[in-house]
Design a binder for this molecule. Sequence first.
Ligand code: P6P
Length: 340
Amino acid sequence: MTKHVTLTQFIIEQQRELPGVSGTFTSLLNDVVTACKKISHLVNRGNLIGVLGSADSENVQGEVQKKLDIITNDIMVDALNWTGHLAGMASEEIDDIIPIPSQYPKGKYLALFDPLDGSSNIDVNLAVGTIFSILRCCEGVDPALEDFLRKGSEQVCAGFVLYGPSTMMVLTTGHGVNGFTLDQDIGEFILTHPNMTIPNDTHEFAINMSNQRFWEPPVRRYIDECLLGTEGVRGKDFNMRWIASMVAEVYRILTRGGVFMYPYDLRDPSRAGKLRIMYEANPMAFIIEQAGGACSTGRERILDIKPKGLHQRVPVILGSKNEVERIVGYHLEGDLQAKD
Ligand code: P6P
C-alpha cells in the first residue's frame, strides 16, 4: 500500500531542515489548515446550510460581500487569534489591522489573508479559494501598520487552498512549492503534487477580455499577437481561460503553465489594478517564483514592491517565465518610445 505523506508530517520534516524555524511555525500552519478545512466543509455544503448569497454589506474595497466572505473571515480570525503564534492579522474583509485580543499571548508572526478569493463565483458553484501570507515580526508586541507593509520578498510562507472538485492546498516556505489534496474521509491533506514546477513556455493566457479597451498598449500588443496565433509573429496558436478566481488560475498555471494577467487599466488612474498586493499578489508571486515562474506589474517585480497601504492594488502579470519576460519587455519598449 502506498505510504501517503500528510501535510502535518511534511511540515514537521521541513521544519527540521529550516534553521531557526521552531514548532511555533509548524503549529501556526496547522491552525491555518484547520481553518481551511472548516471553510472547505462550508463551501461544499453551500445552499444546504443557507450560507450562499449576499450579506447586503460592503467591504473596505467597496465590493458587495457574500455571506461566506464574512463567515470565512470569522473562521480565519477565530482559528488564529488565540494561538499565541501571531502578533496580528490583516484581511481583505477588514479595513484595519486585526489586533490579537488582550487576553491572548502575542507571537512573532503576522498572518494576512483573503479568506474567500473569487467569492463572486460561489453562488454559481465555481471554484473559490483562501489565500494566506505569513510575515515574521517582533514577538509579544502589538504591531503597527508599518510592520505589515513589508516587501513580498520578506514573506516566510505563502499558500492557498482551492475549493474545487478537490480541495487542494498549495504551500511554499521558500524551498519550492508542494501541493496537497484533502482526503475528506480522514480529514487530512495528502502530498499529491511534490515540487510543483511551471513550464517556461505556454500557449495559454488568462485575462478578462471585457476590459480590453482600458489596457495599456504593451498588454494590447501581447494579447493581439496571441490572438493572431500561427498567422502572427508568435507562430503558434494560443488558448484562453478566464475563471474569475485567481486561485484557480494560479493552480492551473502551476500544473500546466500559462500566463495570468490583471493589468493596470486606464479606467481609473488612481487605481493601479484590481488585485491587492498584501494578500493576493504577494503570496501568489512568492509561490509562482518558487515554482520557477515570474510575477511582475509589467514594470517591476511584485516581490520588490514596498507596499504603501494594507489594501493597495497592483497590476499583476504572472506565470510561465518566458511569457512574463516578453510582456515586461513590451512595457519597457513602450515606455522608452514614450520618452522619445
Ligand atoms: P473580474 C476575484 O474577485 C478576483 O479578485 C480574482 O480572484 C480574480 O482573478 C479577479 O478578481 C476577477 O476579476 O473583473 O474578472 O471579476
